[in-house]
Design a protein around this ligand. Sequence first.
Ligand SMILES: Nc1ncnc2c1ncn2[C@@H]1O[C@H](COP(=O)(O)OP(=O)(O)OP(=O)(O)O)[C@@H](O)[C@H]1O
Length: 203
Amino acid sequence: MQKGSGAVLRAEELVLRRGGHDVVAGLGLEIMPGEAIMLLGRNGAGKSTLLRALAGLLRPTSGRVCWNGADIREDLAEHGQRLRWVGHLDAAKPSLTVRENLRFLARLLGGEVQQALDAMALNAIADQPARSLSSGQRRRLALSRLVLGQAPLWLLDEPTVGLDAASVARLGPVLARHRAAGGMIVAATHLPLPVTDMREVTL
Ligand SMILES: Nc1ncnc2c1ncn2[C@@H]1O[C@H](COP(=O)(O)OP(=O)(O)OP(=O)(O)O)[C@@H](O)[C@H]1O
């Protein structure tokens, strides 16, 4: 983790055009180590669009997204390595069990499979193939992957959709530990998140 390095994600005069109109028009945003931002706004306000731009998945119409002052587009592969994304699609391999999916990722990203299983209480379904999971269980698997490795930036699109109350509560310490280690979170949500001291940005 880049604790103490002053790493900062910054959007400067960001314009994001989708479907012929500016969904985001001249946004400035800065996030420091340990900070969490909650993106709010009606359906279609541009929350997912902004997250995609912060991830480098969408090229800004104008303006830029910087990491430590350098445009992320100068090295998108490096930017990809410093972030984790949890969105509507999960990347689980359907034929692998929950544990095998995590093992596969841990080889790429580092971290402990057991820690990920514990983080989102997946032990009881660890040997079930991913294709047999319910939507809430799939979301828990996607969230458990956050704790593998040390990516400083977590971009979360509706992270608690489909989660039961116990799973939402379990996510709280996962997010808090990340922030305590200097990690950053930007989350788009319509639901309350189990996070204290989160800065709200309404699009
Ligand atoms: N691939 C695309 N092509 C054209 N328009 C798009 C595309 N993706 C998104 N849009 C438009 O951009 C706008 C913002 O969409 P976005 O998904 O960012 O909203 P959101 O705030 O995340 O909404 P929700 O709360 O419903 O998830 C919407 O008007 C949407 O129709």
